[in-house]
Design a protein around this ligand. Sequence first.
Ligand code: SAH
Length: 203
Amino acid sequence: MRSKKDLAIYLSKLKVFNKPKVRLEQYPTNTDIAADVIWNAFFQKDLKVVADLGAGTGILGLGCLVMGAEKVYFVEKDLDAIAILKENLIKVEEEYDIGEYEIINSDIAEFNTKVDTTIMNSPFGVQNVHADKQFLQIAFLISKVVYSLHKLESGKFISKFSTNNKFEITHLWKYDYLIRNTMKYHTKDKHRFMIGCWRMSKI
Ligand code: SAH
């Protein structure tokens, strides 16, 4: 990839959820944001062994593979999402000489393999109140560095929870996030809010 823009364009050609499931808060990460997060992780030299928790159709982990990660674990409990992830992997493997990967079809709570870095866009906890907390908890257990996307308003919680788990926030990148009305519980056509990507490193 010659530029972040090239990466974003490539990621935008991957497939996303056919029928997003409300209960699982399935929405793909916006491709510009995903490219930015992966680009940052690349320059921080964080793309070695990577876990993508709640991988969905795989945009984050696939981007890591394209940018040279040694190995990516895609952890996802929904088989419909995994079917699309597999199609995306076939495409990426045809076009790039990528590292290793494993698809783990389970709840993230069952995953306990040690990795260098976790990159995730977990459910924000709209449907299941503590969903993002559970994702962070697992990420802190298995990794040295965590990249995690949340609503910006969750900042206080992230800060406290990372300190409690002996991680320090090294970076916070902010994004304007626009989601289209893909789910029944959204009332407006479009919904705009600020999100952040926190980089947290084990102390
Ligand atoms: N990371 C993807 C998908 C984000 S949507 C992207 O950036 O595009 C969140 C994903 O987490 C969904 O695919 C959902 O099925 C999955 N998920 C939610 N709870 C989970 C859990 N407890 N264990 C594993 N996967 C989970």
